[in-house]
Design a binder for this molecule. Structure first.
Ligand code: HEM
Length: 335
């Protein structure tokens, strides 16, 4: 009897162990799926595809913070981290390489007939102040802006984290505050030099003849030649675009929503790096590229022979004006 009881106990025990084993298998198999962190990601991925964003409920008063993942945000980050540095790097380094090559091949464009020793006023004090104010702001804005795009890669390893963050903080202040005098300068340039920068037939001929820079001819030009008119319009339109997009970034969400902010940032970055590349060519021509050009913006006067070679029609206008003034002086003698 006892042996039979022991047998039954053994059987029940074995059955219990077997049952436990049988039921514990599916349990183990299911466990990973019930706590699988990827499962949520899959659902989120579906949400992202269907709704184009992942949105929740938040406690912050600004409901825009409830949008957590937005595909356009990723495109924007890719633009910031990859596309813009490439566009900027190619444009700016490409321009520097071109200018060095051009200088080595062509050298400085000389005053062919030599200096006459007589000068005439090209830019008055106000024009020079306006130019240098805009130029100084532009150079600082350019360097501090490039710090945002390239600083972390290029300067951080050289300067170390502490110095880089102090420099970047000051750079950002400078970038924000100098935008105001720069914008004023662009407006003044637009108004002051508009009359001399309307395209005309003479520009077509000037361009056909390579502007006397490519080759050694000197096509006639009025006060500003076709190349300078291009610089003028790039400054006015490019400056207008970087200023408008920059103010949208400085005062976020006043005028636009998140996608408008992203567009403003793309426009600001692309126009700015192309602008810097073009102005490098301008700075080249205004300094080592052409003999006698810098003094026009330096002390305001140019040599008459320089004016005859580069701006013949302007020189004739100035001389005609002077002749008319002389005639008037003779006709009305001093009392
Ligand atoms: C170191 C920097 C710069 C130098 C050495 C320089 C030099 C010059 C010179 C010499 C001229 C007179 C050319 C002539 O007499 O025909 C000039 C004109 C002009 N500059 Fe600059 N410049 C500089 C930067 C800038 C910047 C940053 C801007 C605007 C953002 C600018 C805008 C202009 C404009 C619109 C003109 C009139 C059109 C022209 O001559 O191309 N400049 N510059």
């Amino acid at each position: 009897m006892r042996r039979a009881q022991t047998g039954i106990h053994g059987l029940v025990g074995a059955l219990a162990v077997a049952l436990l084993l049988v039921f514990s298998f599916p349990l183990h198999a299911q466990q990973p799926t019930s706590v699988n962190p990827d499962a949520n990601a899959v659902t989120e991925q579906q949400l992202l595809q269907e709704l184009n964003k992942i949105q929740g409920r938040g406690t912050l008063p600004d409901t825009r913070s409830n949008v957590i993942v937005h595909p356009a945000g990723r495109d924007w980050r890719h633009f910031q981290e990859v596309t813009l540095p490439w566009i900027g790097g190619i444009a700016i380094l490409g321009m520097l390489v071109l200018l060095v090559a051009f200088y080595l091949i062509r050298g400085m464009v000389r005053i062919q007939s030599g200096r006459s020793g007589r000068t005439l006023v090209r830019f008055n004090a106000f024009e020079r102040f306006m130019h240098w104010m805009t130029a100084t702001c532009f150079i600082i804005l350019g360097l501090t802006g490039l710090n945002i795009t390239f600083g972390r890669e290029l300067l951080l390893p050289l300067m170390g984290a502490e110095a880089f963050s102090t420099w970047s903080e000051w750079a950002k202040y400078a970038h924000n505050f100098l935008s105001f005098p720069f914008t004023l300068g662009v407006i003044l340039i637009f108004l002051t030099w508009l009359a001399g920068n309307i395209p005309n037939k003479v520009d077509v001929q000037w361009l056909k003849e390579g502007g006397g820079i490519v080759g050694h001819r000197h096509p006639p030009a009025y006060r500003f030649n076709a190349g300078q008119k291009m610089v003028y319009w790039i400054v006015v339109l490019g400056g207008g675009l970087v200023a408008a997009s920059g103010y949208m970034l400085m005062f976020p969400f006043y005028l636009t929503d998140i996608s408008g902010m992203q567009t403003a940032q793309v426009v600001h970055g692309v126009v700015a790096v192309l602008f810097v590349a073009v102005m490098l060519a301008h700075i080249y021509i205004g300094t080592i590229g052409m003999e006698g050009a810098f003094e026009a913006m330096g002390n305001g006067s140019v040599d008459v022979n320089w004016a005859r070679e580069h701006h013949k029609l302007w020189l004739e206008e100035v001389q005609k004006g002077e002749a008319r003034r002389d005639v008037r002086h003779v006709a009305t003698p001093a009392e």
